[in-house]
Every structure is written in C-alpha cells, then in structure tokens.
Ligand binder design. Structure first.
Ligand SMILES: C[S@@+](CC[C@H](N)C(=O)[O-])C[C@H]1O[C@@H](n2cnc3c(N)ncnc32)[C@H](O)[C@@H]1O
Length: 243
C-alpha cells in the first residue's frame, strides 16, 4: 500500500477538456516554443527533436507512415530506454517510437539502440500528447505503452498525470481497431483509476492482466519493483469497433 494518498479529482470541479489539455502540456505549446525557445544541442543517431527542427517532424511523420507495413508501437515516457531497446530488439518486425520530455533520457536511449544494434527504433524529445496527432495517421497505431507514469499524488498536481479522460479519448483516435493501450503502475490506485477512465471512454475493452507478462521485457521501474518485492499492476485496453 502506498504511504501517500492518490487523489481522485471531483469530475464536477474540472475545467473544460480543451483547457485541461492545453494546461497539461510539458514545456508549453510547440508553436510558442518555436517562436521563443532555444534549440537543444541534442546528440544521438536515433533521436529526433521535432520541436526545433522542422525536418525532424517530417522524419517522424515518415517513421509513422502507413505505407510502411511494419506495425507501429509508441511508448510514452521511456525514461532510460531500457525497455525500448529490449522490446525493439525482440521485435525487429515492428517499428518502435518513444517519446520523452527529457533530453538526457533521449540520448541514453539512442546510445542503447546503437550498442544493441537496434535499427527499428526512434525516440523524440517532445510531449507525446502534442506531437502524436501531428505525425500519426489516425487509427493506424498498433500499440501504445504507458509504463509506470508518475502518479502525481497531490490534488494540485493531478493535471500533470499522463492518464486523463482527454489522453484516453486521443488514444482511441490513434489506435487501430484491435490495437491496444497497455498501462502499468506500481500504484494500485492509479491502475484502478486508469482502468475506470479506459472503461468510461467507451472505445475500449478493458482487461486487468497479471504483471509481469512473460512475452515482453521488464521496464527499469518494474525491475526495481521485482527486486524490492513490490507488486505491480497492468491494464490492457483494446480498441473496440465503436466509432
Ligand atoms: C516515472 S517515469 C517512467 C518510468 C519508465 N517507463 C519505467 O517503467 O521504468 C515517467 C517518464 O515519463 C516522461 N513523461 C511524462 N510525461 C510525458 C509526456 N507527456 N511525453 C513524453 N514523456 C513524458 C517523464 O519525463 C519521465 O521520464
């Protein structure tokens, strides 16, 4: 049981969805950053910086293009890229695309791809919520992974949580019918809350899975949980045929 309390927001006291979506963005809106921000000196063969390099946004669009027959997996918040490198290596038949808002994590993941000889993976330094709709053809995504996102315990921080009704509604647009959103957490209340949001959205068939699953690698956080004997929870939301 977590020592902290996982705050459940009152849905009647929330600002409108569009306002919530804008307020949640990390680093601010892309167009504003392009006008006023400073490009980073990002390094790495497999890293893309689509906020400041327009050609990188184009490369991301190409990476997600539906002409490529390989199924596309997107992970949001890959942190050190340990899972990313292992999963992409395990699935050379897939395209992997990771999103992170921290430069050093993108560089570390790119290095891991280089070391592991992984060629079917890319990472992008940008808030996934804003970039995915710009580069992905709606209804084409095969898998969306969100593993151990920050629980943001305090009431005033709830708006920072990755899982929200807006994010889940967007994910329903991104995934192909039969595609899946796989969520994991070591905070049981977060897993319960997320499962509730997936079900309430109406576009998903939701199932609680035993964690870890044998067929995919452990993430760094998951490995630490195993080491310390802490349980983890997994929720799979499969995109149904509802329009
Ligand atoms: C707790 S860590 C994830 C742990 C990792 N997935 C694991 O299982 O070991 C959360 C990560 O998500 C990233 N993140 C949070 N919101 C994001 C967003 N909107 N787009 C991209 N990355 C995000 C943070 O920078 C952070 O590295």
């Amino acid at each position: 049981m977590p020592i902290k309390t996982f705050h459940l927001p009152d849905p009647n006291r929330q600002p409108p969805a569009e306002q919530r979506r804008q307020r949640a963005l990390i680093g601010g809106a892309i167009e504003q950053r392009r006008l006023h921000g400073t490009p980073s000196d990002l390094k790495g063969t497999f890293v893309l910086d689509p906020v400041y390099r327009a050609e990188h946004e184009g490369q991301l669009r190409d990476w997600c293009a539906t002409q490529d027959p390989r199924p596309l997996t997107i992970e949001v918040g890959f942190q050190m890229g340990e899972f990313a490198a292992a999963y992409a290596a395990q699935h050379p038949e897939r395209r992997y695309l990771g999103f992170e808002v921290r430069k050093s994590y993108c560089e570390t993941a790119s290095e891991a791809f280089e070391t592991g000889g992984v060629a079917n993976a890319r990472v992008a330094l940008v808030d996934a919520r804003e970039m995915i709709p710009r580069v992905l053809q709606m209804g084409s995504l095969d898998e969306l992974f969100v593993f151990f996102p920050d629980p943001w315990w305090k009431p005033r921080h709830v708006k920072k949580r990755l899982i929200s009704p807006e994010f889940v509604a967007d994910a329903a647009q991104w995934l192909r019918p039969g595609g899946r959103l796989l969520f994991k957490s070591d905070v049981q209340e977060y897993a319960d809350w997320a499962a509730g949001i997936f079900s309430a959205d109406g576009h998903f068939d939701v199932e609680r899975l035993a964690d870890p699953q044998a067929d995919i690698p452990l993430t760094l956080r998951e490995r630490r949980c195993r080491y310390h004997g802490r349980p983890t929870w997994a929720v799979e939301a499969k995109r149904n045929l509802n329009p």
